[in-house]
Design a protein. Sequence first.
Length: 246
Amino acid sequence: MNRPASSRPYPQPPGLPSLQGVIFASVVGSVLVLGAAILFALLPGALSEAADFRAARPCSEVAAPEKGDCLAEWPATVVSTETGRSNKAVTNWVTLDGGAAEPPFRVRMRGDGPVWEKLSPGDRVTVLSWRDVVWAVEAGELRQDTTAGPGRASTVQLAVALTLLVVGTVFLRGAGWLHRRRATDTPTAQVVVVMAATLLASGVAATAATVTDTVWLVLLVAAAGCATVWAATALLLRGLARRRTA
């Protein structure tokens, strides 16, 4: 008498990687690379604004029709200073009064600079603005930028895009490696080496974006740094594999 075939699925052979792990790595990698692609697509607008800001001239040197894009300077009085804390982040705020021409407004200073350290209510300062955005505050001969300075957004955007691209590529590469792998006994040392290499490559790319605003130079430095890191990683992993088989 023949027994009916069991409807239960056969267990996965122990030598094959988990399908869930392959899918997870593929999905995470795809999302990160897609996010990087979106940031790169939006980057030209931010870079154009940064270029316009660098090319702007003081309003005293331009004709009246151009005053919207020039660097304006006007006096203001410090109303109050405030330090905010969110988790471990510290923010420094200054409330300024521009007189009849400008109602009181707040600006966030970048870091604990020389201007922030000496400001107190009633002090007279000079506000530097461009396209109605306050990008710096002067007190005497001292100047300190605000967090709203044009060009900062493009730097952060480029750094984040490069970081997402590097990490996303590693996840996609890992998904392909898992799909082809026939053994699951991956040494912990190999995982640690790959994670450290990913962090180092991402750090090189992000640092390149913050050091210079020339896009082609940033991409060149990031590509060279990533190539060097991954070449060294491949050599190290081969050395670890030889040591295991020895």
